[in-house]
Write a protein that binds this ligand. Sequence first.
Ligand SMILES: OC[C@H]1O[C@H](O[C@H]2O[C@H](CO)[C@@H](O)[C@H](O)[C@H]2O)[C@H](O)[C@@H](O)[C@@H]1O
Length: 598
Amino acid sequence: MQRRIEDYAIIGDHQTAALVSRRGSIDWLCLPRFDSAACFAALLGTDENGHWLLAPKGAAACTRRGYRPDTLVLDTEWDTADGSVRVTDLMPQRDVYPDVVRIVEGLSGRVTVRSTLRLRFDYGSVVPWMRRADGHRVAIAGPDSAWLRSEPEVRSWGKNFGTYAEFTVAEGERVAFVLTWHPSHEPRPELIDPFQALEDSIDDWRAWASHCGYRGPYHEQVLRSLMVLKALTYAPTGGIVAAATTSLPEELGGVRNWDYRYCWLRDSTLTLDALLAAGHLEEAKAWRDWLLRAVAGDPADLQIMYGLSGERRIPEFELPWLPGYENSAPVRTGNQAVEQLQLDVYGEVIDSLTLAARAGLGSQPHAWRMQNALLEFLESTWQQPDAGLWEVRGPRRHFVHSKIMSWVAADRAVRAMEADPGLGGDVDRWRRMRDAIKREVCERGYDPDRNTFTQSYGSADLDAALLLIPRTGFLPPTDSRVVGTVDAVCRELSHGGLLRRYTSEASEVDGLPGTENAFIVCSFWLADALFLMGRKQQARDLFDRLVGLCNDVGLLAEEYDPDTERQLGNFPQAFSHIGLVHTAFVLYGETGGGLGGE
Ligand SMILES: OC[C@H]1O[C@H](O[C@H]2O[C@H](CO)[C@@H](O)[C@H](O)[C@H]2O)[C@H](O)[C@@H](O)[C@@H]1O
């Protein structure tokens, strides 16, 4: 059975998230946090690695599905020969421990529904002991325990290390299942009322969505993207994960499989910019506080990513018992990129803090002190080669995008000090740094013969990250070198009308075997650049195409293969949804001129 990435929808409780397929199967869920071990890992293996199927008996994919408007509550419906039935999936905001609520409702006729639950703790490897207690089914193994109950109680039985239930529903009848996780050494948590939880979830999401400040076309898709970004935010700390999954491949059958369940400074700051643009200040404040805690200490020890609570150690290792999505092995947890030097993050952090202050968050003395410390570190580091924003695993290089983002760091500090001399500090020092970076990039990162900036100093390769130049303010969008770069990137990186990050033959740059597909956010960057250059219709046409890549419930993975028309890479990915929101604001928003620059 093929599990297509675009067949999944996300539900979540702001601490973790589950992926639900069109068959009605939850095939991915990590408990209790995004970065915990998965108890349903069928997505990266088989049903035996854990899943929970709830659907009409013998049914295949649903007839239709969709989120309740302005919520992350998912309705999946089947029309069968015996009638129609709906399963409503949600993860209510938790008090202490996480719950998955699945409510079956008869819509017409009388339909037999079956639940097949295979809990497999520790990424699909541990089969728990199951027993009955107080009318519940209880799974227990090592540190994990999960309780399954239904309301009203329905007939259930255990077989072949699975838990089954079967019942019929007629029109208007409802049966709710609640799966609750808790540490196995603790007593069973308080029971929640699943029907009340449904009402509360709907109210909570709608209240949040009502603050969305975007008023342009594609409102529904923009709002859905913002909700995905909100769902990827870990509420207890304010940290934001890059995606809900690990190891969904960038190339089917390949090794480019990474764990995205951590907080990248780059991805988080861009998420924040998107949320800020739409008026969500609360998340911005929570993230700024998270950042100040996470990076506290010596600026030389700044990491490019952290765990959800600011943890610094995220060791990368493989899970050999999981065959991987469509045999794309290895499956990895942790991420070795945590050890890399990536100079762009300084610019992204400082830019984002500047935007947050401007958006009304108010300045925070600690934040300004931290920015100065970061700049001091960058002053002595910007001339070094680094791994770049693509986190290449080949040798370090002088990536042009990294240098430009170093320029952004100095530029935003200069501008903040010019606007508010009371901030304190040596503005001339950062002016000198800013000018030195610009001089060097224009000399060493630009190829006058081809009229394009290049991926790294002296290289012939191009890089889609160069499309960000106009939005940073490094050069105006109409500068002939910028126009030349945009044209060259379009020519050389185009793949089925979308863009790759860099030339696929550049595996000596990224140090990895194989190749990859179109990297979705890069095409949004192209739309932004085209718009800023005045090619507005071309930008709008591209945006239309990109919005059309979303799956039926508005979700995007990291990459897209235009040949097979399949989504690839981790899912749903913040980067891609950030791109959608940002470009909508650039093309149609009231701010009109972009979020991250002039
Ligand atoms: O391409 C190799 C690298 O791929 C991953 O990095 C990508 O995802 C990050 C999270 O969204 C993003 O910040 C980065 O720009 C992307 O290149 C992976 O995390 C790396 O370990 C890997 O080297």
